[in-house]
Design a protein around this ligand. Structure first.
Ligand SMILES: *Cc1c(COP(=O)(O)O)cnc(C)c1O
Length: 446
């Protein structure tokens, strides 16, 4: 397999783009990234003409895969031809908002923005404004975009910026706690309850492995925030319209957050984010309220058309059955392969997300109830060996993944997440044949 074109593009890129890329994780693949020329269904073709089964899938937004079905293609073309944007309102924004409000249980009103990062920035500002408090509780190993309030590491007693350029005085308002740890959640509210504006949490931690919530964990967060007058913010940028279908993860788990952040899928492959929730909160954004929020490109007609038509397509076709079924086949197939070849590894995921975490478990391989993806069941033999919070994945064999396994899969024509932490995503464009090819490739590359 020749990869000369990718190599030479990366060489050029290194001179004009920092690290050769426009988003950090894209430079993770060893020894250099694959430059994509085009996508087709569940595949991409690289700059050298090599074809791969693609489970990166745009990092989550492409629920339908790389081929946009006809109604979406048509809506995108016509909105691109008609403007393409105005800086004034247009009907498609209203229609998209109505769709989301109709389907997501907790969302009564929504403000569209241009990225998941923008969404969580505005959600934190809103929560701080409506509560008159400064502190935001986040989960260790969670990800909420490249923003000041959440690029924080350490623990609640010693939070510190996870990037240079963020004042330490800023980070002290963010309290990182371990995911799935109810005692830690109680403790943080005992210590800081009157100062906490919100808990910001991914319903499933999906940016560092894929870690499921233990039964009752989100209920605890909901009770604690209610009891202390804080808001519960679900960051559904990844899970929104992927886990739990059109009701999103909150519908699947039966949790009623105050505010939900969206991104990825709701833009149908174009840049997007959104902050949805109860009217009493969302209406606090300017101009109905006082909390400043604005964006030149927000509610961009082409993005709105792509996102809305994508969601309508999902409502009308068997999209979720298809992607969830392939996800199940992948997790089950992987569980079988690792039981045989790498019993210390852990299959994680749910619905159309899957991943193999290179854990160093010394217990027997996954079996009921977790063989189709770890469910964080305390009754399971492997409980404790499987990651219970995103940060646990840093203890996995990340070098083996990056240096041996991923390049091995690439040779087999299969692209998986660019580092050990990100999720893999199934799309409507993937087929059972893609699944079979992928499982065979895992067998050889492991
Ligand atoms: C991707 C992601 C973000 C950031 O979204 P961008 O569009 O990359 O800014 C925020 N939160 C979660 C949970 C994400 O997965």
């Amino acid at each position: 397999m020749s990869r000369d074109a990718s190599r030479s593009l990366y060489d050029r890129a290194l001179s004009v783009l920092p690290g050769g890329v426009n988003s950090s994780v894209r430079a993770a693949p060893q020894p250099y990234p694959t430059f994509v020329e085009r996508g087709e269904g569940g595949h991409v073709v690289d700059a050298d003409g090599n074809r791969y089964v693609d489970w990166v899938n745009g990092l989550g937004p492409l629920l339908l895969g790389h081929d946009t079905p006809e109604p979406i293609e048509a809506a995108v073309q016509s909105h691109a031809a008609e403007g393409p944007m105005y800086g004034m309102p247009s009907e498609i924004e209203v229609e998209h908002a109505e769709f989301v409000c109709r389907h997501v249980p907790s969302v009564e009103m929504i403000r569209f923005v241009n990225s998941g990062t923008e969404a969580t920035v505005s959600a934190c500002r809103l929560a701080r404004a409506v509560t008159g408090r400064d502190k935001i509780v986040v989960m260790q190993g969670g990800y909420h975009g490249a923003q000041e309030s959440t690029l924080v590491e350490g623990d609640a007693d010693h939070p510190r910026p996870s990037s240079p350029g963020i004042p330490a005085s800023f980070s002290k308002h963010t309290l990182p706690v371990p995911f799935n740890d109810e005692a830690a959640a109680h403790e943080i509210f005992e210590a800081h309850g009157d100062d906490i504006a919100a808990v910001l949490v991914e319903p499933i931690q999906a940016n560092m492995g894929i870690v499921a919530p233990e039964d009752g964990y989100h209920e605890t967060l909901r009770d604690l925030t209610d009891d202390h007058g804080a808001l519960l913010i679900f960051d559904e940028v990844i899970t929104g319209f992927r886990v739990g279908g059109l009701r999103c993860a909150q519908g699947e788990f039966g949790i009623d957050p105050d505010i939900t952040t969206f991104g990825k899928i709701i833009g149908g492959g174009f840049p997007v984010g959104a902050i949805g929730g109860k009217t009493e909160y969302i209406e606090e954004f300017t101009p109905s309220g006082e909390v400043f929020q604005a964006g030149t490109f927000s509610g961009h007609p082409v993005t709105m058309a792509a996102g809305l038509e994508t969601l309508r397509f999902c409502a009308e076709e068997d999209v979720y059955d298809h992607v969830d079924d392939l996800g199940r086949q992948l997790r089950a197939g992987l569980a079988e392969i690792v039981a045989d070849q790498a019993p210390g590894y852990t299959v994680v995921g749910r619905d159309s997300m899957f991943k193999l975490v290179f854990t160093r478990a010394e217990t027997p391989p996954q079996s009921d109830p977790c063989e189709a993806g770890c469910r964080q069941d305390p009754a399971c033999d492997r409980y404790g060996d499987c990651p219970t919070e995103g940060t646990d994945v840093t203890g996995a064999e990340t070098d083996r993944y990056a240096r041996l396994f991923r390049p091995g899969l690439l040779e087999e024509g299969v692209l998986v997440s660019q580092n050990q932490f990100e999720s893999n995503f199934v799309s409507y464009g993937h087929t059972e044949e893609d699944v079979e090819r992928t499982l065979e490739a895992y067998k050889r590359a492991l």
